[in-house]
Design a protein around this ligand. Structure first.
Ligand SMILES: C[S@@+](CC[C@H](N)C(=O)[O-])C[C@H]1O[C@@H](n2cnc3c(N)ncnc32)[C@H](O)[C@@H]1O
Length: 259
């Protein structure tokens, strides 16, 4: 749908809600990027992710979408590799950063198989992902988490966001899987995928626990911390808990240093 639009503003009006939940005919790309600027700044500051010399640092964003937060990252870091499954989103990301970020610092990378980052090991200082790993199947989300660690240099950091399980998910996850089956139907599938409530459900694919994420990666990490909302009941056996009330109650972050 994003590929059918003629301008970035139109993309935001038609598909921007996928990323920041805002709808309306007056939305602009500039306002859209402003939401990403605010979030990127607070995540980097609150979770202590700014390297000592951010201007020299390299950054990988897993699931950049159309560049809502990527613009801010290009203002912070010398090299930003924006990765996404969707080639159309990557083109829009390039355009968004061209208008509101530092395009000379951007490289885009398609995650062709949904789980591998085509980057050398130990090549970036910070690997980041926000509201993406809940939208992949379990295996892809775990593989991408491992990829974040693989591509990060020793001493660098990962900051990865996940959605935790709640009672409603007993309905949401199977219904999401059903929606994705419907989207594959010939003729009607692509029309159904444009219906907002169906798309929102269809994008819900997994609910990993912090232990499922941290467990296999633990030997490769130090200073592992799971950040959650104070009202959240998320537990982690092998990580310290950090609490911050700005985190969505149903989200958590795994933040750690790579050994
Ligand atoms: C809700 S959007 C979030 C985008 C961006 N982080 C933001 O906050 O605006 C989720 C993004 O993850 C991407 N995505 C989903 N599964 C993926 C995968 N397996 N590998 C890479 N990107 C993926 C989608 O294409 C989409 O752009």
């Amino acid at each position: 749908m994003s590929e059918e639009q003629t301008s970035g503003d139109d993309v935001v009006r038609r598909t921007g809600w996928v990323f920041n939940n805002e709808t309306g005919n007056d939305l602009t790309l500039e306002q859209f990027v402003a939401t990403g600027d605010a979030e990127a700044g607070s995540y980097l500051t609150i979770r202590g992710l700014r390297p000592k010399c951010p201007e020299d640092a390299s950054f990988v964003e897993i699931g950049c979408g159309i560049g809502r937060m990527t613009c801010a990252f290009t203002r912070e870091f010398r090299r930003v590799i924006a990765c996404d499954l969707d080639a159309g989103f990557l083109e829009r990301c390039f355009e968004t950063v061209g208008r509101f970020g530092r395009i000379e610092r951007l490289q885009t990378l398609r995650v062709v198989d949904g789980q591998t980052l085509d980057l050398p090991p130990n090549s970036v200082d910070l690997a980041f992902s926000y509201i993406t790993l809940q939208h992949c199947n379990d295996n892809d989300a775990l593989e991408l988490s491992a990829e974040a660690v693989r591509v990060t240099k020793p001493g660098g950091m990962i900051a990865l966001n996940y959605r935790s399980r709640r009672r409603l998910d007993a309905f949401v996850l199977p219904t999401g899987a059903l929606m994705r089956q419907l989207f594959r139907l010939p003729l009607v599938g692509s029309r159904l995928a444009r219906i907002r409530w169906m798309a929102r459900l269809g994008w819900q694919a997994n609910r990993l626990t912090p232990d499922q994420v941290v467990g296999p990666l633990y030997p490769l990490l130090s200073e592992v911390r799971v950040w959650r909302n104070p009202k959240s009941k998320n537990r982690a056996h092998r990580a310290e808990i950090g609490e911050f009330d700005g985190i969505n109650r149903h989200h958590y972050w795994v933040v750690a240093t790579v050994r």
